[in-house]
Ligand binder design. Sequence first.
Ligand SMILES: NC(=O)c1ccc[n+]([C@@H]2O[C@H](COP(=O)([O-])OP(=O)(O)OC[C@H]3O[C@@H](n4cnc5c(N)ncnc54)[C@H](O)[C@@H]3O)[C@@H](O)[C@H]2O)c1
Length: 381
Amino acid sequence: MKRFRTCVIGVGFIGAAHIEALRRLGNVDVVAVADVPNAAAKAEAHCVPRGYDDYREMIDTEKPDVVHICTPNASHYEMAMYAMERGIAVVCEKPLTKTLEEARALAAYAKEHNIITGVNFNCRWYPQVMQAKAMVDSGEVGDIYTVHGGYLQDWLYYDTDYSWRLEPEVSGDSRAFADIGSHWIDMVESVTGLRAVEVLADFETFHKTRKKPLKPVDTYSGMALRPEDYAEIPIHTEDYCTVLFRFDNGAHGACTISQVFAGRKNQILMDIGGSRCALHWDSEDSNELWIGRRDAFNQKAPKDPSILSGLAAASISYPGGHVEGFPDTFKQNFKAIYAAIEQGDSGKGIFANFDDGLREMVLCDAVVRSARERRWIKIDG
Ligand SMILES: NC(=O)c1ccc[n+]([C@@H]2O[C@H](COP(=O)([O-])OP(=O)(O)OC[C@H]3O[C@@H](n4cnc5c(N)ncnc54)[C@H](O)[C@@H]3O)[C@@H](O)[C@H]2O)c1
């Protein structure tokens, strides 16, 4: 098995999760991190040998096999391009870029130069989500009539909650859909094999202004600041959206995405209505998959590799009864991406690559246009 030298750019909430998951693979050395400011302190805090303030200097000095990009969305494009221009494989956080044009350029470059890429659409990697995919693939679910569900959080519930995600110049034109709706639609298209062909979106921004802290805070830090520490700023991206979908097989879908839904910290729901059975999965009870039947008992399939499909079993590290969750999805995604890198396989794997990152940006662009123009929008490409 090849031993990899990996660099991580951005060590906030998710960069730390990448480092932890990479170490669990066993064949990856995280040799350096880049962050601003104070990369050296971040490196030390995560027991990484070296820290760089400039990601370019890190890449040119360390010459890693793989670069992980875990910074706010606006910097993904330039960082991914810099690494790919040096022939280095890239694993990028979602959404792939801030703009659709940037995503098109990255996907085209990766394809033209045969660079292996991954996007961390980790929700695909919950074992019971893989089980749902295996059941759809095998025909057990039948023809799909409907898909519904959503993604709910409450970390932006108060107008005092603040993050770079609220600033379109850093995050992009969409917030709730790009940030978490992107996970939902990536998971749904991956599980069902269907492609959304048309969308109708309704957006709302409940907090028209928010109180921006006058000094930086880490995502989800929940830090309490005094009123005099804030500046009141207008908000132009959605706290909430509902999106209707039409899929290429004639199926219909709907999702509700909210970052201001009290009490739901990080709940993803997926319901698939098929002609043979229905499936329901809830990330807050992620080790079970509900199977609904008209003429027989309903079932709950537990996360147990000895009784699930081969596809699901391959994404499980522990026996039945031993709960796996969010951090394990990172490990399984990276395991698949690194196996592809080792084999030099830039073909379409089960993990999301830059083509899938582009696909989600195309959908996001259509969702934003639909909300603005208040009409159905056909998906191009
Ligand atoms: N897959 C998931 O489940 C998931 C979850 C959370 C975030 N994300 C994605 O991960 C990315 C980062 O989100 P986060 O929540 O970790 O944000 P964060 O604010 O917690 O961390 C971002 C880090 O990047 C650093 N940074 C910013 N600019 C930099 C630069 N030019 N060079 C080096 N470092 C820089 C910051 O100092 C910070 O440490 C976003 O694209 C987000 O959408 C994905």
